[in-house]
Design a binder for this molecule. Structure first.
Ligand SMILES: Nc1ncnc2c1ncn2[C@@H]1O[C@H](COP(=O)(O)OP(=O)(O)OP(=O)(O)O)[C@@H](O)[C@H]1O
Ligand SMILES: [Mg+2]
Length: 968
């Protein structure tokens, strides 16, 4: 494992001849531009790509030099061939000095705010140490990675606030994938950051890295270059510098041809010419032409053999440690005393293998690779063990030395097992299950001679499952077989059963649960209760077309009514959700089940099972007229996800809360939440993207924002990628509503019926979930197909009455009234009555409007004016401007005079502006706001400038100005 240089990183002298770079004017200009952008606070990014030895590192050195001259701080690092698989290794090294440099005694917290999310990666031992810790079950890897990247970003932003920073990353083709994700995260958020990011990578990288590097190149404002090989004239200049004018004249052309203008190969060739004393003449040129095209390996091993075996040992030690390596460590690995080793290092430097600088390092990565490739497998394993022992004896963090153990032969050492497990636990904390698996696997091979260790197997299995690898199930089964404690066996059964169930293997899951329940445990044992609850869920899913009845619901409530454990809560949530989808349970029962299924509002994080239960419970609540409880639950989840930097969970919870708000008629709040969700698509969120856009578009129609609605209904990348998405029917529905309103009712009807088919196919038969039937009836009516309209309305009435939720009932009665399925007066009045007792304010406004219009047409002008005034009031409170405008039109026809619309300040803001302004009004700093909303500081500043302008206030007046307006 490479050792960090201590102290602030200094400029390294140009390694070649200390000379200027030839033929790099364009590239150097780009370097300057990017540094300027960084220094001036705009953020800059340069990606250098090219063949090995073409001069990428040379350009990066120029960048480092330039940064120092411009008084910027420099953070630099390079990818290491040996450590590519260690998540966050590069980042850890990049920031090593920034953590050391901060004095905890200064009172300034090391990592404050969101930056603290990076602690597991930045600070050794931030996540416990000592005895082999049990590897805990990690969360979803992508989410954990985002949280760390978010934390690192803010750590860097905090540092850059003091001095502009150049972040210089070399050999990115060897940078671990997690660190590359961070670079990408940073690249997309450089705007407004005093940071210049300069990255170099070989053209050939593996697939995954190649994709990530391609995305880096596509980042906004990224500059890219690929330095070309030197021209013949350039090669002559090099020869002139190294061997004199005559050599340049006679040998320049042939050297250029032999090395293809590659600066590294040229310098190797020059080494060779010097070594074998080729004359500067026509004969010399002939000799060069006869040379095998320069093979680095050959020339390196030739030079090593001249120096002798001790030098070779030392070079190999450095190669195994991975340069730069402290001389004392290399000496220990080579089994030499420090004095001997120092002398050998000098010899290696003289023959152009190691650089003369300390710590020991090769002159070039290609030379390092050449030396490493010459070591036979057995010797390599031995050297890695020595490297590991030397590092541990030297006081290095055992977790960072564990990489060496992966390259050694197992020999049944308990201490090795312990260290590997420490390292694995740390890898999980860093959000790197793959490395954890590799380490645990290696630990298992180490210990296997002494018999399987059930705990080790269990850790391995759990991490595998969390990483989505089904092999974890077999591992846990194996662990169960060796486990003596019945309670632990039952616990394993629970985990395995849940995993099988999630993979759709319900019968296998049931068998596993039965096995766990057969263990002798006390009746009220928590694991036993959880097994029972899980059994209930699994059994239910095994029945064909499960239709929950009230009796079963009551029994479940009686048994698990407290929702004490995550499994219990998931059981309740699933039962509620089934009742909701089929519409076969009374809505009050569904809401009751769901209330008990909501995870505790406060507390650190929520369990994986709770993550599954929360949306089911939330939907069951808000579609059963208990939206307020759902809103509270999702708000808690939003807070949690913001604090944990959980970007995807934040978007998902925002989407759900938006629906809860929408159903309660709080359109502005819904818009704000959905905007969060829609924006998150940029970071890869797709969970409910079609429905977020479709519902946002539906609200746009209620607010007279037709263009916006059309924009939202055009899905990113067209429909094709989305048609199979479970929330795609929402898009069909809004398009249907839009077409009908646009005077194309036939088309609207078809779209709505298609939506209905999809919903039914998904088992959703409850109109409370989505009232496509109401819209379809109206479309059919508008299309002149009155019979069809009445059929649809009748079926809708039947189903909603069965479920009983007031909001849906109000919609059904209104629809029936409008299409003539019964007495319009009675139905519309009935609709208003039931809606008055529901949460559905928007629907109340609609029904009042229709009732008022009907009253006017029936000649009841006074009553009609009263009804319409109420309709306008409610619509305005909801933020439904199209409805209130329609109300005013009707009112005018009825002989009334509409009041002027109350436009309050905050209504003039965009969603993003309002979100920022709300948090600012709460007293959060710009930095806190940016961290909470996962945006850059500059974005916050820009929004606030607009807000101040629109509301004509300053920060102090913000709270008051935001207090008015439609309720959210
Ligand atoms: N434009 C140049 N003019 C003169 N010498 C150069 C030039 N570019 C690179 N060199 C020299 O050539 C050698 C190889 O360059 P460098 O290490 O920058 O290559 P690289 O692209 O980083 O290779 P790798 O992909 O293996 O890391 C170095 O000794 C360097 O000083
Ligand atoms: Mg290089």
């Amino acid at each position: 494992m490479r050792v960090n240089r201590s102290g602030p990183p200094g400029p390294t002298p140009l390694r070649s001849t200390g000379a200027l770079l030839l033929e790099r004017e364009d590239e150097l200009r780009l370097v300057d531009e990017v540094l300027d952008a960084g220094r001036s606070g705009n953020g800059g990014l340069l990606l250098v790509r090219g063949a090995p030895g073409v001069g990428k590192t040379g350009l990066l050195q120029a960048a480092v030099q330039g940064a120092f001259e411009a008084d910027m701080s420099v953070l630099r690092v390079r990818g290491a061939e040996l450590e590519q698989r260690f998540a966050w290794g590069t980042v850890h090294e990049l920031f090593a000095t920034t953590i050391d440099a901060r004095d905890p005694a200064s009172g300034r917290p090391l990592l404050s705010g969101a930056a603290a999310l990076a602690a597991p990666v930045l600070i050794d031992g931030a996540t416990g140490d000592g005895d082999a810790p049990r590897t805990r079950s990690p969360g979803p890897p992508a989410e954990a990675r985002f949280a760390v990247a978010h934390g690192l970003y803010w750590h860097l932003a905090d540092l850059a606030e003091e001095t502009p920073i150049a972040v210089v990353v070399d050999d990115a083709h060897w940078v671990d994938v997690a660190s590359l994700h961070f670079l990408l995260h940073l690249a997309g958020r450089l705007d407004g950051l005093p940071v210049a990011l300069v990255v170099a990578a070989r053209t050939q990288a593996d697939r995954e890295r190649d994709v990530l590097l391609g995305q880096l190149a596509a980042a906004p404002d990224a500059r890219c270059c690929s330095p070309a090989p030197l021209s013949a004239a350039g090669v002559e200049t090099l020869l002139d510098r190294e061997l004199g004018a005559a050599a340049a004249r006679w040998l320049g052309a042939v050297c250029h041809r032999q090395a293809g203008g590659n600066p590294f190969l040229t310098s190797e060739l020059i080494n060779e010419l010097r070594r074998s004393g080729v004359p500067a003449s026509a004969a010399g040129a002939e000799m060069v032409a006869q040379l095998q095209p320069s093979r680095v390996t050959r020339s390196v091993s030739a030079r090593l053999s001249v120096l002798g075996s001790e030098a070779t040992d030392l070079a190999r030690a450095v190669a195994v440690l991975g340069g730069p390596a402290e001389a004392r460590l290399a000496a220990a690995v080579a089994r030499q005393d420090l004095e001997r080793a120092t002398l050998q290092a000098d010899g290696l430097a003289r023959s152009g293998i190691l650089s003369p600088a300390r710590p020991l390092d090769f002159v070039h990565p290609l030379v390092e690779t050449a030396v490493r490739d010459e070591i036979a497998a057995g010797e390599r394993a031995l050297l890695h063990r020595r490297a590991f022992e030397a590092l541990v004896a030297d006081g290095a963090d055992p977790r960072s030395s564990a990489s060496h153990l992966l390259h050694t032969e197992p020999d049944g050492d308990d201490e090795t097992v312990r260290l590997l497990r420490v390292a694995a636990a740390a890898a999980v904390d860093r959000g790197d299950p793959d490395t954890a698996i590799a380490l645990l696997d290696r630990a298992r091979r180490e210990s296997v001679a002494a018999g399987e260790d059930p705990e080790l197997l269990e850790d391995l299995g759990r991490v595998q499952l969390a990483a989505g690898d089904p092999a974890g199930i077999d591992r846990l089964e194996l662990a169960r077989g060796t486990q003596r404690d019945p309670r632990r066996r039952a616990g394993l059964d629970l985990t395995v059963a849940v995993a099988r169930y999630e993979r759709g293997e319900a019968s296998a899951a049931k068998a596993t649960l039965a096995r766990g329940l057969a263990e002798e445990l006390p009746e009220d044992d928590e694991i036993r209760v959880s097994l029972q609850a899980a059994d209930l869920t699994v059994t239910r899913s095994l029945l064909q077309a499960p239709v929950p009845d009230e009796e079963a619901a009551a029994a479940t409530l009686a048994r698990h009514g407290n929702g004490r454990t995550p499994v219990e809560r998931l059981t309740l949530a699933q039962l509620a959700f089934q009742g909701l989808q089929t519409g076969e349970l009374p809505y009050r029962t569904v809401a009751e089940l769901a209330r008990h299924a909501v995870p505790p509002l406060h507390g650190e994080g929520i369990d994986t099972l709770d993550r599954l239960a929360l949306p089911l419970a939330g939907m069951s609540l808000y579609f059963s007229d208990a939206g307020e409880a759902a809103e509270v639950a999702f708000s808690a989840e939003i807070d949690r996800s913001q604090l944990q930097g959980a970007r995807m969970a934040f978007a998902t919870a925002s989407f759900f809360r938006g629906v809860a708000r929408f159903l309660r008629g709080r359109l502005i709040g819904a818009i704000d939440d959905w905007q969060v969700a829609i924006d998150a698509a940029r970071d890869g969120w797709a969970f409910a993207l079609p429905s977020s856009r479709a519902l946002r578009a539906l609200v746009a129609l209620d607010r007279d924002e037709l263009e916006l609605a059309d924009e939202l209904l055009a899905l990113p990348g067209g429909d094709e990628p989305w048609t199979a998405h479970p929330t795609f029917p929402y898009v069909l529905a809004t398009r249907g509503v839009r077409a009908t309103a646009d005077g194309r009712p036939q088309e609207g009807l078809e779209l709505l019926l298609r939506c209905g088919e999809r919903q039914e196919a998904q088992g959703i038969r409850n109109p409370s979930v989505m009232h496509w039937q109401a819209e379809a009836a109206l479309a059919a009516f508008a299309a002149g197909d009155e019979r069809r309209a009445r059929d649809l309305a009748r079926e809708l009435l039947r189903r909603t009455e069965r479920y009983g939720a007031p909001r849906a009932l109000g919609i059904a009665r209104r629809t029936a009234g409008l299409v003539g399925e019964g007495d319009p007066d009675g139905l519309l009045t009935g609709s208003v009555h039931v809606l008055e007792r529901s949460e559905g304010e928007l629907e109340l406004a609609r029904s009042l409007l229709e009732l008022g219009a009907w009253q006017r047409r029936a000649g009841q002008r006074t009553t009609s004016r009263e009804t319409l005034r109420r309709a306008i009031d409610v619509a305005e409170r909801c933020g439904a401007s199209a409805l209130s405008r329609r109300g005013s039109d009707e009112l005018r026809v009825a002989g009334g005079r509409p009041r002027r619309l109350r436009i309050s300040g905050s209504d003039a803001l965009t969603s993003s502006e309002r979100r920022v302004a709300d948090l600012a009004a709460e007293g959060l700093t710009n930095r806190q706001i940016a961290q909470r909303l996962f945006v850059t500081l500059r974005t916050v500043e820009t929004h606030l400038t607009h807000v101040y302008g629109k509301l004509d206030v300053d920060r102090a007046g913000l709270a008051e100005a935001m207090a008015g307006g439609a309720h959210t």
